[in-house]
Ligand binder design. Structure first.
Ligand code: SF4
Length: 438
């Protein structure tokens, strides 16, 4: 009889589903099946048991081959890389626990690093907008129970957050939304006819890059003022109707993704989306929530917010935190040749950064700490495999709505393998020794 572990949290996307059940073999060592997760989440658990998984650090040799080294040697290389560098970049932090993020911050402070997380290439513009104008928000639980008008703007949860609609936003039968999806009107604003758009009651297929205009037009329509015949390719009648439907509900929520954070206008798109949400609050209850990607990118911003006052693009080189997105952001630093070592944990810039930045990582002393072999580990000088947070070790993560959730350990990691936190603690100790810090 298989052992079932219940209330498991999925450590993949920012939805952080906390209702998974994992079936283990009799001895509790092998994951047999994952219930309730989407395909992406289940695959993360099942792949952690891959037979060909790398379980020891690998150092790249001069001829390009890889040689296994001990964790102690990996700690020594990493500590020296950080201490010797004038301006190391410590990037990632979005797929690990808040505890590991905090330990990484201690190291970054001692060595005077630039620290950045994956928000720099996704919701950084959202963070800037929220700092500028604040944000009327709500938890996903509140939304499941109350929201009867749901807007997905520039995001495609059917693919990127597959259980978001079934757990929180469209299908659940909540306290005031007893008829599930029939209780809700679903809007999608996207230039593409995505799988999410195909499910919507209303699809506003705006012209690419004209989000700001359409958001402005909705504000105008909410005030009952005159609009031109078309805005962003959408007829004015449809804009008036949308504004009317949004304001006539009991609770409107706007979820938004990278289609709007990274189209023309960037943080100003989010400024005005927040302004629309504020305007709607004159008539009904309204909230706005970013669709965060990595399962703990939100936690990374939270931890740095407590520790340094800023959620990403930190420059600690002068011994105190400076924050200047566009100057202290990872890609700008790499492209300008301003950093002389790269440390990556819990992210894959090799897959997501522009090729110019990836080439710079390949030229510099570098370490990649990640359970998987990734494009980043392939261009780094040292790859340190670690246990999977949320599968082989627990730890706190923040859901996309800023709710902290404690992830669970389900199985033991392979024998002798370190967790992120254990590896970082060893690096911290060695960095302190090398720097003579207390
Ligand atoms: S929606 Fe996200 S958190 Fe939920 S099971 Fe799928 S990948 Fe995991």
């Amino acid at each position: 009889m298989a052992k079932i572990v219940t209330d498991v949290v999925c450590p993949f996307c920012g939805t952080l589903c906390d209702d998974l059940e994992v079936a283990l073999s009799d001895d509790g060592e092998e994951i047999l099946e994952v219930y309730n997760a989407c395909t992406i989440g289940a695959t993360k658990f099942l792949h952690s048991q891959a037979k060909d998984r790398v379980t020891r650090p690998q150092m790249k040799q001069e001829d390009g081959s890889w040689k296994e080294v001990t964790y102690d040697e990996a700690v020594e290389y990493t500590a020296n890389l950080l201490v010797d560098a004038k301006k190391p970049l410590m990037y990632g932090w979005s797929s690990t626990s808040c505890t590991a993020q905090g330990t990484g911050s201690e190291i970054g402070e001692i060595v005077g690093a630039c620290m950045d997380n994956t928000a720099t290439v996704c919701h950084g513009s959202t963070l800037i907008a929220v700092q500028d104008v604040g944000v009327p928000s709500a938890t996903l639980g509140e939304i499941a129970n109350r929201a009867d008008r749901v807007v997905f703007w520039g995001c495609n949860p059917a693919h990127a957050h597959p259980r978001h609609m079934s757990r929180y936003s469209i299908f659940p039968r909540g306290f005031f939304t007893g008829k599930g999806s029939k209780s809700r009107k679903m809007f999608v604003v996207d230039p593409r006819n995505t799988d999410t758009a195909k499910m919507a009651d209303v699809h506003l297929q705006l012209e690419q890059g004209h989000d700001y205009e359409l958001l402005s037009a909705i504000r105008v329509a909410l005030r009952g003022e005159a609009l031109p015949d078309f805005v962003a390719g959408i007829p004015k009648e449809q804009i008036y109707e949308t504004a009317e439907t949004l304001r006539s509900g009991r609770f409107t929520v706007i979820f938004f993704g990278m289609g709007v954070t990274h189209s023309l206008g960037k943080n100003h798109n989010i400024d005005i989306a927040i302004a629309v949400t504020r305007d709607l609050n004159d008539y009904t209850k309204a909230a706005i929530v970013p669709m965060r990607g990595h399962y703990n990118v939100t936690g990374s911003g939270q931890v740095w917010g407590w520790q340094f006052g800023f959620p990403f693009c930190l420059d600690l080189t002068r011994g105190f935190a400076r924050y200047n997105p566009g100057d202290s952001s990872s890609n700008d630093l790499l492209i300008r040749d301003e950093v002389d070592a790269v440390f990556v944990l819990g992210s894959d810039p090799g897959a997501h950064f522009p090729v110019g930045s990836v080439k710079k990582i390949a030229q510099l002393p570098s370490v990649c700490i990640d359970p998987h072999i990734t494009p980043t580990s392939a261009v780094s000088k040292l790859h340190v495999p670690v246990a999977f947070v949320g599968v082989e070790v627990g730890g706190c993560a923040y859901r996309m709505d800023n709710v902290p959730i404690e992830t669970r350990k389900v199985v033991e990691p392979p024998e002798g393998m370190l967790t992120d936190e254990e590896f970082l603690q060893k690096v911290l100790t060695r960095v302190r020794e090398l720097k003579g810090a207390a």
